[in-house]
Design a protein around this ligand. Structure first.
Ligand SMILES: NC(=O)c1ccc[n+]([C@@H]2O[C@H](COP(=O)([O-])OP(=O)(O)OC[C@H]3O[C@@H](n4cnc5c(N)ncnc54)[C@H](O)[C@@H]3O)[C@@H](O)[C@H]2O)c1
Ligand SMILES: [Zn+2]
Length: 645
């Protein structure tokens, strides 16, 4: 059984993608032998979104495996004919000067041999002799793909149209272009040695930093420092160290070539690219919608190492669970040095003997967070008795040790505050550092933060400008609309992530929920006794604080009631709608909101349950036909607007 513990951040990303995607369902699917194409596509889209955000749940091999499953069910499936989007496709796109595609993957030398055969066959067909074919080998950078035509810097987008991110080169960020401007395709990357030394304590991996550079005008000060110091650059593929060899030598020297190129740059890489340089062959072989046929990426799977545990440090999380963190003798794996890894829970520490001196096997593949695969040499362990943050005696709750001091444990109150502002998501500034500072001045509750005045922020050591900004942000967080389910989930009650909050709010108002009994809750589809009991208890625990915050007046968008939806006098009530392409008559986000308020369910990918596919501009024929095949009504934006009147 593949266990995935979704973090709050991952759940928030899933919800942004499609709030009908459920993390429990994803875990089940990953463990099911057979999935239908709808399930596969949902799984793939969700994994892709998490991967692009730097928080992958599965490794590349698993992802590619599910791709191959989808291919075996329906090799014409539209998902296989697109390049997985790198950035959320909300903003405007522009045509790319040149197509930027994904790559075909090879996981074994056999796959490479097959690819070489195809090259050789193509060569034969156009009368090129094998001796004249050369193969160029380069490291496959694992950054963020972009294209620089000298004037504009583009994201890869869907491979045909990308986003203009030229501002990354300009005032503000000022990312340097290695080797100068106008060198074509490349990637935004961060030097590995720099990341390990300067950033690895702050960030899990470099992908989310690269994503921030692409998506935001202003980045974290540590990232800006990396840019200023030239550690974070746009690196064109044309300048990559490479090896160009004759066709016949690829297989005979394979391991040596891969090793040399794999270690040729000080950037994260996730493979080695093989491509023919013969222009006539390239032209003849061409490309699918997804990848060039004359190019292939060789990837290596999971790496594992044996490491000695120095000690296991307890850390108190937001919910009071004590997370065991194993501090390790620093060891290199997949190009990164790891010095700590979290263990699932203290029962695992106890039963598997993870303590000082234990030898564990760690695996890591690509950017997936390293994990303990096996305990090779267990030791006797002494379990912590007191909460490391508040010294309250710990209790067992199933597999976990927990700190029962919900109201005053500094670790719990601090993490709860951080969680609140992060999930609310309509404000900036209340990140871990600021919250830590405020906690040190005794702030424990959300409503207390809201009572801080500008001059008090100054007293707490913030500069005049920051103090004003923090105060403005608090104001903004109440003024900018946020869904009521998101607001509730920001309080961080266990089992009340966004998905469950929305389900509950489809039946009851926010205020009513606090008077709901477990019996009433289990009448709602999706709530079993155990979770209902936990939710009722969790709500009772936050009730007082919740209303103090609620009464501050937030701009909440009310979740439509399911019963209203059914009876709702709207032509789309009860239907399932997918919006795709770039919308011309309004932003996609607004259209989705409107559809929801008219009682429709909005989904991200077309399935057998979809009622309407509403298409903006630039939607491929294949996508439309696939939807029609499933019996989905395909509407243009105009037709849709007429439908809803
Ligand atoms: N683990 C996950 O959950 C997950 C999710 C989505 C995708 N993925 C991985 O990503 C792959 C698809 O992603 P993708 O399409 O972004 O990337 P890709 O692996 O197909 O690679 C294509 C990209 O490689 C880049 N590249 C880097 N170095 C290069 C070089 N030397 N020469 C030419 N191109 C070079 C190009 O920018 C190109 O856009 C999947 O097959 C999977 O392995 C994993
Ligand atoms: Zn505690």
């Amino acid at each position: 059984m593949l266990e995935i513990n979704f973090t709050d951040e991952q759940i928030a990303i899933l919800e942004k993608l499609d709030n009908t995607i459920d993390s429990n369902e994803l875990t089940q699917w990953l463990n099911k032998a057979e999935l239908n194409s709808d399930e596969l596509v949902t799984l793939l889209s969700a994994s892709n979104a998490l991967y692009r955000a730097g928080k992958p749940i599965i490794n590349d091999e698993q992802y590619d495996f599910h791709i191959s499953m989808l291919r075996s069910i329906n090799h014409l499936h539209p998902y296989l004919n697109t390049v997985e989007p790198e950035v959320l496709a909300e903003s405007k796109t522009v045509e790319l000067p040149q197509r930027m595609l994904s790559t075909e993957k090879a996981y074994s030398i056999k796959d490479i041999e097959k690819w070489l055969k195809r090259i050789s066959k193509a060569a034969q067909e156009i009368g090129v002799s094998e001796q004249d074919i050369q193969i160029r080998v380069t490291p496959k950078l694992d950054g963020y793909a972009a294209y620089d035509d000298g004037e504009t810097l583009y994201t890869r987008g869907d491979g045909f149209r990308g986003q203009d991110i030229t501002r990354a080169f300009k005032r503000g960020l000022k990312v340097a272009a290695s080797g100068g401007r106008g060198l074509g395709p490349g990637e935004i990357v961060i030097k590995k040695s720099y990341f390990d030394e300067e950033l690895s304590d702050i960030f899990e991996n470099s992908r989310n930093l690269q994503a921030a550079i692409i998506a935001e005008k202003k980045v974290d000060e540590n990232v800006q420092k990396a840019i200023n110091e030239g550690a974070c650059v746009f690196y064109p593929f044309a300048l990559l160290p490479n090896k160009t060899i004759i066709f016949a030598d690829v297989i005979s020297n394979f391991d040596a070539i891969v090793e040399e190129i794999w270690n040729a740059v000080d950037f994260d890489i996730d493979g080695v690219i093989f491509e023919t340089t013969h222009e006539a062959i390239k032209e003849y072989m061409g490309a699918t919608r997804r990848n060039h046929r004359w190019q292939i990426a060789f990837k290596i799977n999971e790496e594992s190492v044996e490491v000695k545990v120095i000690k296991v440090t307890p850390q108190t999380s937001r919910t009071g669970r004590i997370t065991p963190v194993a501090e390790l003798v620093p060891t290199k794996i997949s190009g990164a040095t790891i010095s700590r890894v979290t263990v699932h829970h203290y029962n695992m520490v106890k039963t598997n003997g993870v303590g000082p001196g234990a030898i564990v096997q760690i695996v890591r593949s690509g950017l997936v967070i390293p994990k303990i695969e096996k305990v090779l040499k267990p030791v006797e362990v002494a379990l912590p008795e007191l909460c490391p943050s508040c010294q309250t005696p710990l209790l067992w709750e199933s597999d976990h040790l927990i700190c029962p001091n919900k109201t005053d444990c500094p670790a719990q109150t601090e993490n709860t505050l951080i969680h609140f502002f992060k999930i609310l998501g309509n404000n900036d500034g209340f990140g871990p550092k600021v919250i830590e500072k405020l906690s040190n001045f005794g702030m424990k509750r959300i409503h207390e933060i809201y009572s801080i005045k500008v001059h008090q922020f100054v007293i707490y050591g913030f500069g005049d400008k920051t103090a004003q900004n923090l105060s403005d942000q608090l104001q903004a967080s109440r003024e900018i609309e946020v869904e009521d389910w998101r607001f509730l989930s920001a309080f961080g009650v266990s089992r009340l992530g966004g998905g469950n909050c929305e389900k509950l709010l489809q039946h009851h108002t926010l205020v009513e929920l606090f008077d709901l009994s477990a019996e009433e809750m289990i009448k709602i589809d999706g709530f079993a006794q155990v979770s209902a009991d936990a939710i009722v208890e969790g709500l009772a625990n936050i009730k007082e604080e919740f209303f103090k915050v609620y009464e501050l007046g937030f701009n909440l968008a009310i979740t439509p009631k399911e019963s209203e939806n059914e009876n709702l006098d709207s032509p789309i009530a009860g239907t399932v709608i997918v919006f795709t392409g770039s919308m011309q008559l309004g932003s996609r986000g607004n259209m989705e909101k409107q559809a929801k308020s008219l009682g429709a369910k909005v989904a991200k990918s077309v399935t057998g349950n979809t009622t309407y596919l509403v298409t903006g501009e630039k939607v491929g024929e294949t996508k439309i036909n696939a939807a029609k095949d499933k019996g989905v009504n395909v509407l243009s934006e105009q037709e849709y607007l007429e439908l809803i009147g």
